[in-house]
Design a binder for this molecule. Structure first.
Ligand code: LRH
Ligand code: MN
Ligand code: MN
Length: 401
């Protein structure tokens, strides 16, 4: 028993080490910025307002967790007038040891997009949206970033007020033209969302619509699953499995929610769901999952921003480690023989296993702090940025960015 116990511990450690060595999750620049709710903005003294501050905060998260070497950029919020000063961003990448991650066009804030962007009945507005998408592709190319992540907020609020059918055709045209502009190694990821800001119909409302659109665009277009973008009770891991199966899963925007698109900390409400999603990914073939980008899409209104992001990445690492512990061969056998209770026990016992000691060991073995949140508190980083940024934030009337 003693030997067997040691053998199991050794096997578990190996599984966790190899999973965590390969685990990367991108942090969003907007997660470090001042945000709020639709009822008001809450300004934090230490929030980032410049792209340099966002790189600095992201680098801090990466230094503490070893898992977030890229930062997602939102074109309108990070790159003034939708233009990127490429040498300046490259200098920041060098200074902070970070890379620019996904480029997120913004097709939802300009007044022109009141009735939509790429699905707007006006050819002129669609042209403006296409230009912004092409600019975003060019920015991604210049920065050597792989993914352009598109979220299309278009839709309508009342039945009969828009032609759902014509809007499909308009989207196909603009997305097709965007796909045609992608360079070697570049991809476009298409995100779906059932509602908000539109409350009757959203033009890309679910994974079926996103999948059909990316297929029509071509091989460089893939579907992006934001975990907050589903109707309640949707089986997200099943969608993930289908998208992996048909080789059209491009990546994730991870966050958690209780009600709608709440953008709460990953795993804070339902960690078992994240575990189930990670299990599906880890049970896919190596080549199927190689191109699945993990990204965080959260905004922390009440929590300290850097603290919340470190907590998120650490949580993601723990849940990934738990999923890596599942004895895949054993589980497959039990499933095949329909030994239901045993299969379920095999599955859920990995979820309930406390992986924190192994994850802590892994961190130390990789030269990282054993307790990232504690290390953040001891580093004084948050106090430092708060001192430096406080007076500017106090004057700030800024919105999302
Ligand atoms: C929309 C969304 C999309 C945006 C981000 C800020 O709800 O998930 O990904 O780019 O939030
Ligand atoms: Mn998202
Ligand atoms: Mn969202």
């Amino acid at each position: 028993m003693g030997n067997n116990g040691a053998g199991v511990a050794e096997r578990d450690a190996q599984r966790v080490y190899s999973a965590l060595d390969g685990f990367r999750i991108e942090v969003p620049s907007w997660g470090f910025a001042n945000t709020g709710t639709r009822f008001g903005k809450f300004i934090q003294g230490g929030a980032a307002t410049t792209i340099e501050e966002k790189f600095s905060d992201a680098a801090q998260v990466n230094a503490l967790t070893g898992a977030s070497p890229t930062v997602a950029l939102h074109v309108l919020w990070d790159l003034p007038h939708g233009r990127a000063d490429v040498p300046a961003i490259q200098a920041l990448e060098k200074k902070y040891g970070m890379k620019s991650g996904s480029i997120n066009p913004n097709l939802f804030q300009s007044a022109e997009y009141k009735y939509g962007s790429i699905a707007n009945p006006s050819a002129e507005v669609r042209g403006m949206a296409l230009k912004h998408l092409l600019d975003s592709v060019a920015i991604g190319q210049a920065l050597g970033s792989k993914d352009v992540s598109l979220w299309i907020a278009d839709g309508s609020n009342y039945p009969g007020t828009q032609s759902i059918r014509k809007r499909i055709g308009w989207m196909e045209e603009v997305l097709g033209a965007t796909h045609a502009a992608l360079g070697e190694g570049q991809r476009m990821l298409v995100e779906y969302k059932p509602f908000e800001p539109a409350f009757y119909h959203t033009d890309i409302a679910d994974w079926g619509m996103a999948l059909e659109l990316v297929r029509r665009c071509g091989p460089k277009a893939k579907v992006l699953v934001d975990t907050g973008h589903h109707a309640q009770a949707t089986n997200i891991e099943q969608i993930v499995t289908w998208l992996l199966h048909v080789k059209e899963l491009g990546g994730f925007h991870f966050n958690d929610r209780k009600y709608a698109d709440d953008d709460l900390t990953l795993g804070s409400i339902d960690p078992y769901q994240v575990f189930r999603i990670f299990h599906e990914i880890l049970s896919a073939e190596e080549k199927e999952r190689a191109d699945v980008a993990f990204m965080i899409d959260q905004s922390h209104n009440l929590k300290g921003k850097v603290e919340a992001m470190v907590q998120t990445v650490a949580m993601a690492q723990e849940l990934y480690a738990k999923a890596a512990l599942i004895d895949q061969a054993k589980l497959a056998e039990l499933q095949q023989e329909c030994r239901l209770v045993e299969a379920e026990e095999c599955f859920r016992s990995s979820f309930w296993q406390d992986v924190r000691p192994i994850v802590r060991e892994w961190r130390v073995a990789r030269g990282l702090p054993a307790e990232p949140l504690k290390a953040l508190a001891e580093s004084g980083y948050v106090e430092k940025i708060t001192r430096e940024r406080e007076s500017r934030n106090a004057r700030s009337v800024s919105t999302y960015a």
